[in-house]
Design a binder for this molecule. Structure first.
Ligand SMILES: [Zn+2]
Length: 631
């Protein structure tokens, strides 16, 4: 980057610019008639860029030209960066001319460029000396350098945008000189790139006005700063997690078509996006998982009522209707990526056979590809199958597919020329999306069976759930303080005549009150107080700190020295609960007003025993004795 200025040799003639050219350009500069046209070129497959510039005026008696590489990370290089570097190169050349020749202060220079984003950004820099460039912007480093050079310079800069590639529509002799210069720059930049493709990349340099930069893996981070740093930060942990979770070899990780996955995920809206994440990481709320968190849920599959419903079982359930539905869905969605994605029939056969095997479905009666396929495509498909075996076919269904599928598809498309009309960003994106649609259909079917489709079915299921819970509470009665025994006054069949809401209120009362083992300070007044959750004052709630109670009880069991008085009321010393310990905090209630601080109990009235053995009396007696002895 920094060596651009010393690279400026005219591409057309290898000689350095003559003294006459220098003087001519310097004169133009001093008179304020100088035009600096620059352009960048970018090769996406190489990730390399180059820039070229020219300094002259309309008459073009002499000119100064230059071309050079555009350095940067090949994976984040864009057409924008070379454009900026071209502009920077011309600004740097102007600075050295300013130092060498007698250029008056405020001499105007017109910077011409065909990139709209670059001109807009440069306009802001030129018009506002205090303009703050957003540090998250792409190619922030070069923009900062440009800003630094422009603010340090004594010249005035005029930014001009010109339409690029005008020669495509208008004949050359009708174009104005700036358009011609732009075309010339474009050609020289392309030529430079062609000649220097094998040149090794320069190590990253922190620029003068940039002051600091982040360098990772030998490249400066110039785009997507946050994402790149986040990725670098989480990469190793993610890698270990995935390898452990899916029992993958670490080398397998790089064979996944992450790009297609990323593109497909980005197009999804929020609820479906969450669903696909759950699918991908085996985190669907299937019965087994629900049972793990809540033992009152059945772990069984509701379709077959035989096996435990894991995420795998969801796709392998043997129940007749379930299988039929799955087959129907698979045919529907595989047709989508055959037709819309213009997928090779050889690939379709490979995917179809293996996925059907995983889904426990019968194989397809006739193959998609009936004739003998192209040999190299067949070989590519074989490689893809092997790679997918290493990843797993259950992963394939969840959208984690091998890169090799894309390779095979590209090969097929190059040979047959069978391209879809609107090409997606990647072929994998389309296939992954229809796989997710398939997953979602299977999930919907399972939900319909489990929760019912009509409102009546759903309400019946809800009722069955609450009835089961109440039954369970009657079967296994929790411990209740005698004064809460009235909760069980009604026999079970009477209780079950109540509505869902009442039953849930009853269940929560039982759950809450069964935890109390001592009486609260005030008497329970009426049953109505239960329905509202205000039945206990904050003081009393403070007393219900269950973990603390348990600890206190434990500490009481330690053999205390007889007669040694307890230092504080509680062995653990804490006598007022912290806010989070209050029941409201535990239950996450939204209280209208925060709990009031505890009221300290009044000091007990001193009670004197009338016997001489009482401690107080002994103390009195002793005090009297000392007084006597002093006499
Ligand atoms: Zn089942």
């Amino acid at each position: 980057m920094t060596d651009i200025t010393c690279r400026h040799s005219g591409i057309s003639s290898d000689d350095p610019p003559t003294e006459a050219a220098f003087l001519y350009v310097a004169n133009l500069y001093a008179e304020g008639k100088l035009y600096c046209v620059s352009d960048g070129s970018f090769n996406p497959s190489l990730g390399r860029g180059s820039q070229a510039w020219i300094m002259t005026d309309e008459r073009q008696q002499h000119s100064m030209t230059g071309a050079g590489p555009a350095d940067g990370n090949p994976s984040t290089m864009s057409a924008y960066r070379p454009e900026l570097q071209g502009l920077l190169a011309s600004v740097l050349v102007l600075r050295s001319m300013n130092a060498a020749y007698d250029i008056p202060t405020g001499a105007a220079v017109t910077l011409v460029c065909d990139n709209e984003a670059a001109t807009v950004e440069l306009d802001k820099i030129v018009s506002d000396p205090l303009h703050a460039i957003d540090p998250l912007q792409t190619d922030y480093d070069i923009l900062l350098e440009l800003q630094g050079e422009i603010t340090n310079s004594t010249s005035t800069f005029i930014i001009k945008w010109i339409k690029g590639h005008q020669e495509d529509k208008v004949p050359l002799d009708q174009l104005d000189f700036l358009a011609l210069l732009n075309i010339d720059c474009d050609r020289r930049a392309k030529a430079f790139l062609r000649l220097n493709t094998n040149e090794t990349l320069q190590p990253p340099v922190i620029l003068h006005h940039e002051k600091w930069g982040a360098v990772a893996n030998g490249h400066k981070i110039t785009a997507n700063l946050r994402e790149t740093i986040y990725e670098l930060y989480t990469f190793s942990a993610t890698k270990t997690y995935l390898c452990k979770k899916f029992a993958w070899e670490p080398t397998v990780l790089s064979t996944v078509a992450w790009e297609g996955l990323n593109n497909a995920k980005a197009t999804l809206k929020s609820p479906r996006n969450t669903f696909t994440s759950k699918i991908m990481y085996d985190k669907l709320p299937v019965a087994e998982r629900l049972h793990f968190f809540n033992s009152s849920e059945s772990p069984l599959c509701k379709t077959c009522n035989k096996a435990v419903e894991t995420q795998q079982h969801l796709f392998q359930c043997r129940e007749h209707n379930c299988r039929r539905h799955r087959l129907h869905c698979w045919i529907k969605h595989s047709k989508v990526f055959l037709i819309q994605g213009h997928t090779a029939r050889l690939i379709m056969d490979a995917i179809d056979g293996n996925v059907r095997h995983y889904l426990k479905l019968p194989p397809r009666p006739t193959k998609w590809q009936t004739s003998q396929g192209n040999r190299s495509v067949v070989a590519a498909v074989q490689r893809a199958i092997v790679a997918q075996h290493a990843l797993g076919w259950d992963r394939f269904l969840s959208g984690i597919i091998s890169k090799k599928w894309g390779v095979a598809q590209r090969l097929y498309q190059e040979i047959s020329g069978d391209y879809p009309k609107r090409r997606p960003r990647t072929w994998a994106e389309g296939i992954i999306k229809s796989l997710w649609d398939f997953n979602h259909d299977v999930w919907l079917y399972r939900n319909a069976i489990k929760h019912g489709v009509t409102q009546e079915e759903q309400s019946r299921a809800r009722r069955a759930r609450v009835v089961a819970l109440v039954n369970d509470r009657y079967l296994h009665r929790p411990h209740l303080d005698p004064k809460y025994k009235f909760l069980y006054n009604k026999p079970l069949h009477k209780r079950l005549e109540e509505g869902n809401r009442t039953l849930y209120a009853w269940l929560s009362s039982v759950a809450n009150l069964s935890s109390l083992s001592t009486k609260p300070a005030t008497r329970q007044q009426s049953i109505d107080m239960h329905a509202t959750f205000t039945r206990l004052s904050d003081t009393q709630m403070g007393r219900l700190r269950r973990p603390m109670r348990r600890l206190r009880r434990l500490s009481d069991q330690t053999p205390a020295k007889s007669g040694a008085p307890l230092k504080s009321k509680f062995a653990l010393g804490q006598s007022s609960p912290s806010e989070t310990r209050l029941l409201t905090g535990m239950w996450n209630f939204a209280t209208a007003s925060p709990p009031t601080p505890l009221i300290k109990s009044k000091a007990r009235k001193k009670v004197f025993h009338n016997s001489i053995r009482s401690k107080q009396a002994k103390l009195l007696w002793d005090r009297g004795r000392t007084a006597r002895m002093m006499n």
